[in-house]
Design a protein around this ligand. Structure first.
Ligand code: ZN
Ligand code: ZN
Length: 250
């Protein structure tokens, strides 16, 4: 499984930046995980948009969905002009609530909406996705993405109250949000983690490697890595274009 960071910033992209979006690829499956502001411009460096097999959205906050509308326009134009995907709308998997946003995920013949729930796994090609509701102001799902023996865990947006027990143990990679560096934490929890909390959670879940993401665009990677030092495995601070390869048996 290959993971490419297309965007990681929040709440808005810095100059030339992008808010969360990750391209997940196996030999024959291409999945876009979240679709934030600026993600589509990055995606095109790796894959024509009409070759996506599915889009998974963790929740409907704008930093995770801002580019969905232009993705829908793009697919629609490929269908009209080049007859690509004509009988094959791009499935967008996302939470059923808020319904106002869920309804917008279906657009002409370009995209169709599929609700996700913790009751049911979704299989796309050679990848299986399960979801877990997180501690966040609106319905938000963390995701476990499994390909053969390889497991990727994505925290999505989460506070400290998510019940992780039994969902995913020892993922090969944990993509975890670390919204706050020291000194930036709000007084009352607002459904996000600090970098230190992300590192502690990675230790708790026995992650084999960690990618800290959902960062303010002026944060320095050195500070992120320093404050994540409770995690002693392979640790990355998210950067646009960063690629991580997870191979079988690692
Ligand atoms: Zn959010
Ligand atoms: Zn967010």
């Amino acid at each position: 499984m290959r993971i490419t960071v297309l965007g990681f910033q929040s709440p808005y992209p810095g100059p030339g930046g992008a808010t969360p979006g990750y391209l997940i690829q196996t030999e024959n499956t291409n999945i876009l995980l979240d679709c934030g502001s600026g993600v589509l411009a990055q995606l095109g460096k790796y894959l024509p948009i009409h070759q996506l097999d599915a889009v998974f959205l963790s929740h409907y906050h704008q930093d995770h969905i801002a580019d969905v509308g232009v993705l829908q326009f793009g697919i629609n134009v490929h269908q009209r002009v080049e007859k690509l995907r004509v009988d094959h709308p791009l499935p967008i998997y996302g939470p059923p609530h808020p319904t106002k946003h869920a309804e917008e995920m279906t657009y002409k013949e370009a995209t169709t909406f599929h609700p996700i729930s913790s009751e049911e796994d979704v299989v796309i090609g050679d990848v299986t996705i399960s979801v877990l509701k997180t501690d966040h102001p609106i319905l938000c799902y963390a995701m476990k993405i499994v390909h053969n023996q390889t497991t990727l865990l994505y925290s999505a947006d989460t506070g400290q109250l998510t019940n992780w027990s039994g969902f995913c143990e020892a993922p090969d990679l944990f993509i975890c949000e670390g919204t706050f560096l020291d000194g930036y934490e709000p007084e009352t929890p607002i459904g996000h983690l600090s970098v230190r909390q992300a590192a502690n959670l990675a230790v708790e879940l026995q992650a084999k490697s960690l990618l800290v993401t959902h960062l303010y665009h002026t944060y320095e990677s050195e500070d992120v890595l320093l404050q994540a030092s409770a995690f002693t495995g392979d640790c990355h601070a998210a950067k646009i274009g960063l690629q991580i390869h997870l191979s079988e048996g690692e």
